[in-house]
Design a protein around this ligand. Structure first.
Ligand SMILES: Cc1cc2nc3c(=O)[nH]c(=O)nc-3n(C[C@H](O)[C@H](O)[C@H](O)COP(=O)(O)OP(=O)(O)OC[C@H]3O[C@@H](n4cnc5c(N)ncnc54)[C@H](O)[C@@H]3O)c2cc1C
Length: 310
């Protein structure tokens, strides 16, 4: 049985960042990634200082390349299928039926977007159906935008988007029925409101051209902002961890420990504040905490008469 100081599940910005910190801290690390990344369809990753506009696969390539000087970090393209909590430590099962032990585990698995079953949606997701104005707002400034509003929070997103474009239509058919007050706020802010349900999205080569409504009418739009429901990966749900109010894995601040001691989580899986740089920062914070705990454990064992771990 192979034994690691830390198994990191997920090699996106959070996992890569944690692996770098732990590698430089001389910890024995296994970094597992099942791919593809959540932002696989996005051509560019915006808003990451020194990396603005970098294609996501290039970001990951550089992240892995910068782990190469640290032979104590092993990277495997494999899925983690379960994590058993042993107290102390963890037993981690991989999809190829291999299993390893770890003193700490970091969940850096991101989230899964439940893309709606609306014709055309999946093809346009990540190119001209997007979710985050910080990631994509600049590129679509002053363009004809739409917002798919299926819950009240999406109306706030629509109002917020006026910071990037004032040519905005809120599509608020089913399941959200607008109240008169909600409608009035949108209209007073200069937004148009469309309450006929959306039936399909049309575009070519990943570029949205129009939104089709239930009665067949088509409304020209270049970009649609939408917030698909997100869910946690199945093996994370099986862990039964405490969740926060938004349904993400609850962690302590600033060191990102979950409700299970020694099991940390960082990045999108913990927060609705989802961006690559925030995830990378969280991964580093979690790594500092894990490394600190491991060093403390090592020192206490030696003081108690045991040899230094190899
Ligand atoms: C379409 C789109 C465009 C975006 N554009 C931007 C942008 O321009 N700028 C920006 O800052 N942010 C952007 N984001 C958000 C950004 O991608 C995320 O906030 C960021 O990637 C989160 O990093 P993470 O490390 O938490 O998770 P992720 O990047 O999602 O990485 C998690 C990794 O874990 C792996 N994994 C999952 N389960 C397992 C398992 N069981 N075993 C092994 N591996 C597993 C996944 O395959 C994945 O590789 C975008 C998101 C989307 C959806």
């Amino acid at each position: 049985m192979q034994r690691y100081d830390v198994v990191i599940v997920g090699a996106g910005p959070a996992g890569l960042s944690a692996a770098l910190v732990l590698g430089r801290s001389r910890k024995r690390v296994l970094l597992c990634d099942a791919g593809p990344p959540r932002n696989a369809k996005a051509a560019h990753m915006q808003g990451f200082v020194t990396r603005d506009g970098t294609p996501p696969p290039e970001f990951r390539r550089i992240g892995r390349e910068q782990l190469q000087p640290y032979p104590n970090v092993e990277v495997r393209d494999t899925r983690v299928s379960s994590v058993d909590v042993l107290r102390p430590g963890f037993h981690v099962r991989l999809e190829d039926d291999a299993h390893v032990d770890a003193r700490r585990v970091l969940l850096a698995v991101g989230v899964i977007d439940e893309v709606p079953e609306l014709p055309g949606f999946r093809d346009l997701w990540g190119t001209s159906i997007v979710q985050c104005p910080y990631c994509h707002g600049w590129e679509v400034r002053d363009r004809p935008l739409g917002v798919l509003a299926s819950e009240p929070a999406h109306l706030d997103l629509a109002l917020f988007l006026t910071g990037w474009s004032r040519d905005l239509i809120v599509f608020a058919g089913t399941p959200l029925a607008l109240t008169a007050e909600q409608r009035e706020r949108l209209v007073r802010a200069g937004l148009k409101v469309e309450e006929r349900p959306m039936r399909a999205l049309h575009g070519t080569n990943g570029r949205l051209e129009s939104v089709e409504l239930a009665d067949g009418a088509r409304v020209a739009r270049e970009v649609l902002f939408a917030r698909p429901t997100q869910r946690l990966p199945e093996f994370v749900r099986r862990l039964g961890l405490e969740l926060n109010e938004q349904g993400f894995v609850k962690v302590t601040e600033p060191f990102k420990e979950t409700s299970v001691p020694g099991l940390h989580a960082a990045g999108d899986v913990t927060t609705m504040l989802q961006s690559a740089i925030v995830a990378a920062s969280a991964g580093a914070s979690a790594a500092y905490a894990m490394n600190h705990g491991l060093n403390q454990e090592n020192v206490e064992r030696v003081i108690a008469g045991e040899p230094w771990p190899t």
